[in-house]
Design a protein around this ligand. Structure first.
Ligand SMILES: Nc1ncnc2c1ncn2[C@@H]1O[C@H](COP(=O)(O)OP(=O)(O)OP(=O)(O)O)[C@@H](O)[C@H]1O
Ligand SMILES: [Mg+2]
Length: 635
């Protein structure tokens, strides 16, 4: 249920809340209204009851005073009747009649048996009720039986149709015996009794009635209509008997003067204390409650107007909230969809306006942040691309190095194979030279010496001559042996050092064929000896360079430069021969004619040195070698 309510749009929720609040407010006001209307109705009812009581009270007062006046008159009449002074009694009675204005019609004097002694009437006409047989009337009988003043029921009717009520008081002598009665007839509708109700404001439908003990109407004061008896007579008689005062609503009452027409009336009733009479006030309910109904109508109109006002203001409030919220929701959805270009503008200073401004600031900052993030992303992407390119380059370089390594490995293996085959070839050459040259020379020498020693008849001079002839062969053989030994390992390298060994080699191999060799050595460092391995490697490197000069350069001059320092050895072999294309002969790929230069590079690499070969066709060749030295190695 709550979830259903939470899912409702604001447009529905606000009127729902307003409606609920309205129902509560209206309910509260409705209860108060009902209370007020009820109070008004009760007040109207009580007002009628109070009026009825006031009339009853007034009747009590008027009748009481009249009875007391009659008693006083009886006291004045008593001595006259004792003395049978009727004339004087008539005078007193006339005087009392004038005094008691309440007795509108007549005043009478009765003897103790009820015979009429005297009657004074205001009209000249002798009334029907005043006669000789007045004693037979129930009231006279009651008067004769009474010891005090009494009030009759409706007694007789005057010629004009007016009903009258008689009041009488006994006349007692000094010993307390009743000697006569004095009384009079009053008109209940007389203003001095109940007629004053004519002046009451009972509206158009209201009227008051004075009722006797049987509920018979003694006097009715209304808008010209009265009834002697009505449908409530029995109830009124009961109320009079019980001396009660009530007010009630009478539904379906008969309209006065018309028995067929029914209406709803209000009845207020109060009993008269001094006698068994009652006062009833009756008025149409609509008129009694006119004020309450008017209040009801006013409150209903006011409530309706309040509802309209609340609904109108709720609608204005709702529009004031939902419209800007709607536009902000649209803006939020636009932003959520990535559209930050359209701004949010609500020129208001309330909370919604502040919210919109905060929202706009957020949008702008979000836009900035998004731009920054986009730039960062772009930069990152560029860097990633750059890194990818670098990595690709590195990968290609690694591949190239790998292939280079593989080629070098292949070359190394080939070199190893060549070295082995060169060694074999060298051994074969030495064996061939020993066999062809040295062995042949020694054989020839041996045969020559044998011939010289065993020649019979040869003179000593001839033997010496023959031995002398053998001498060049011995020298030549010895040179050959020396050359072989030098090729295997120059002894001068161990004995005299690198420079001397190189000089010896240059003399024997280059200068012997007419190539001039110039040595450029920094003499002060000549004494310095290199490690044996370094020295022999350097010798082989320079030897290969010089051999190449002999084999390929067709040069006239060769310069061998050597520099010794703490850091290492630097050597340069430069010729003025025909030169060659270095790339084709030194690289790891392509065809090559031999392995001398490659072997040179390998040796230098083993010593962590470097070699550079600079050569151009027709401009000679320059080979530079640098071998680094450690302090320990030099010692
Ligand atoms: N000083 C030089 N002057 C002219 N050409 C040279 C010189 N040194 C080398 N070359 C050229 O470089 C080639 C390669 O020399 P390399 O020493 O590697 O092989 P090789 O001398 O032919 O054979 P190997 O040294 O294996 O006996 C030579 O064939 C030659 O053409
Ligand atoms: Mg060579």
């Amino acid at each position: 249920m709550w979830r259903l309510f939470a899912d409702l749009s604001l447009e529905k929720r606000v009127p729902l809340f307003a409606g609920a609040a309205l129902v509560i407010i209206l309910g509260t006001f409705g209860l108060l209204d009902l209370q007020a209307v009820n109070d008004s109705r009760n007040h109207a009812l009580q007002e009628r009851l109070v009026t009825a009581r006031a009339i009853a009270g007034h009747i009590d007062l008027a009748l009481g005073q009249t009875l007391r006046t009659l008693e006083m008159t009886a006291e004045l009449l008593a001595p006259r009747l004792e003395e049978d002074d009727l004339e004087q009694a008539k005078t007193i009675l006339s005087h009392a009649f004038e005094q008691l204005g309440i007795f509108k019609h007549y005043i009478f004097l009765l003897d103790v048996d009820g015979n009429l002694l005297w009657l004074i009437s205001r009209s000249d006409v002798q009334e029907a009720c005043v006669g000789d047989d007045i004693v037979d009337r129930p009231f006279i009988g009651k008067v004769l039986r009474s010891s005090g003043p009494i009030i009759s029921e409706v007694q007789c009717y005057m010629s004009d149709g007016t009903s009258v009520v008689c009041l009488a008081a006994p006349i007692k002598n000094a010993s307390g015996e009743t000697i006569g009665f004095v009384g009079g007839a009053i008109d209940v509708a007389d203003p001095t009794i109940g007629g004053f109700v004519n002046t009451l404001q009972l509206g158009e439908t209201g009227y008051a009635q004075i009722l006797d003990a049987n509920g018979v109407v003694l006097a009715s004061i209304s808008n010209g209509s009265s009834e002697q008896k009505n449908e409530h007579s029995a109830r009124f008689a009961q109320l009079i008997k019980e001396k009660r005062a009530v007010v009630s609503e009478c539904h379906n009452c008969h309209e006065s003067g018309s028995s067929s027409e029914k209406r709803e009336d209000i009845l207020a009733f109060a009993s008269v204390s001094i006698t068994d009479w009652g006062v009833a006030i009756r008025q149409a309910e609509g008129e009694v409650f006119a004020e309450a109904h008017d209040l009801e109508r006013k409150l209903a109109t006011l409530t309706f107007l309040a509802v309209l006002a609340v609904v109108f203001f709720a609608w204005i409030l709702m529009r004031g909230i939902t419209i800007p919220l709607g536009s902000m929701t649209l803006a939020a959805e636009r932003i959520a969809a990535g559209n930050l270009s359209q701004g949010v503008s609500l020129p208001r200073n309330d909370e919604i306006g502040r919210l919109a401004r905060a929202f706009e600031t957020m949008r702008l900052r979000l836009g900035d942040s998004l731009e920054k993030v986009t730039n960062w992303n772009k930069q990152l992407e560029e860097r990633v691309q750059q890194r990818t390119v670098d990595l690709e380059e590195s990968r290609r370089e690694i591949m190239r190095l790998y292939e280079e390594l593989q080629r070098k490995e292949q070359v190394r293996r080939e070199l190893l194979r060549v070295i082995i085959s060169v060694q074999e070839e060298e051994r074969r050459r030495i064996a061939r030279e020993l066999h062809d040259e040295t062995s042949q020379a020694l054989t020839a020498l041996s045969m020559g010496l044998e011939t010289a020693g065993h020649s019979p008849g040869a003179s000593a001079a001839e033997i010496i001559q023959r031995v002398d002839e053998l001498r060049p062969l011995v020298v030549e053989t010895l040179d050959e042996v020396h050359r072989l030994i030098f090729d295997l390992r120059p002894s001068s390298l161990d004995d005299l050092g690198l420079v001397a060994a190189l000089q010896s080699y240059a003399e024997s191999r280059l200068e012997s064929i007419g190539i001039k060799v110039h040595f450029d050595v920094n003499v002060e460092d000549v004494e310095q000896r290199l490690p044996s391995q370094t020295e022999s490697a350097l010798f082989r490197i320079i030897q290969e360079a010089l051999t190449n000069v002999v084999k390929h350069a067709e040069a006239d001059n060769v310069t061998v430069a050597l520099r010794f320092s703490e850091a290492g050895v630097w050597a340069k072999i430069e010729d003025d021969g025909r030169g060659f294309a270095v790339d084709q002969n030194l690289g790891t790929n392509g065809k090559r004619s031999g392995f001398g230069l490659l072997g040179m590079s390998e040796r230098v690499a083993l010593l962590q040195g470097s070699v550079s070969i600079d050569s151009h066709a027709g401009r000679g060749t320059r080979v530079e070698v640098h071998i680094p030295l450690d302090a320990q190695e030099r010692s």
